[in-house]
Design a protein around this ligand. Structure first.
Ligand code: RP5
Length: 170
């Protein structure tokens, strides 16, 4: 938790199927930190700790969470099963698996049946970062400080590119 937000109510739950997903999901958390969005991080495995998955998802709304970001790889059932137990928006990040490069993760997460949505992002680091930015966009309606932080992030991103237009000079 960033020091600035230590006392703030946690709004985003960042969960992942295994500690081995942290290499990817750390980019999500870094982005939330940059935007000063209060978050929590947990390993919640759909297959190894199914009871924890059920209780985490079932209690999330009452605990004040507004968005859940779930990263998983391989047989990536975590985002879909969390979405099955809560009406909070669930953003799925496909982790790049060793065997199939994350295509398995992507397809496991994206192919939800109608009625239980999961917002699915790109495989790996880009998806982890974008899930955090998307969460900021969703929170921005109720929390104007995060919309302002998102605008600042996007402006800084554009300015960094415009300041160094020639890649040979970077
Ligand atoms: C999934 O299985 C996790 O999300 C992880 O991406 C994958 C492999 O887990 P480990 O065997 O590395 O713990 O449930």
């Amino acid at each position: 938790m960033p020091e600035e937000n230590r006392d703030a109510r946690v709004l985003v739950g960042v969960i992942m199927g295994s500690a081995s997903d942290w290499n990817t999901m750390q980019h999500c958390v870094e982005t939330l930190k940059k935007l000063l969005i209060p978050y929590e991080v947990r390993v919640v495995s759909a297959h190894r700790t199914p009871d924890l998955l059920f209780s985490y998802a079932a209690d999330a709304e009452a605990r004040g969470l507004e968005v859940i970001i779930a990263g998983a790889g391989g047989a990536a059932h975590l985002p879909g099963m969390v979405a099955a137990k809560t009406v909070l928006p669930v953003l799925g990040v496909p982790v790049q698996s060793k065997a199939l490069n994350g295509l398995d993760s992507l397809l496991s997460i994206v192919q939800m049946p109608a009625g239980v949505p999961v917002g699915t992002f790109a495989i790996g680091k880009p998806g982890a970062i974008n899930a955090a930015l998307f969460a900021a966009g969703m929170l921005g309606g109720q929390h104007p400080e995060f919309r302002a932080a998102l605008k600042k992030y996007r402006n800084q991103q554009a300015e960094a590119i415009l300041a160094c237009p020639d890649p040979q000079e970077q």
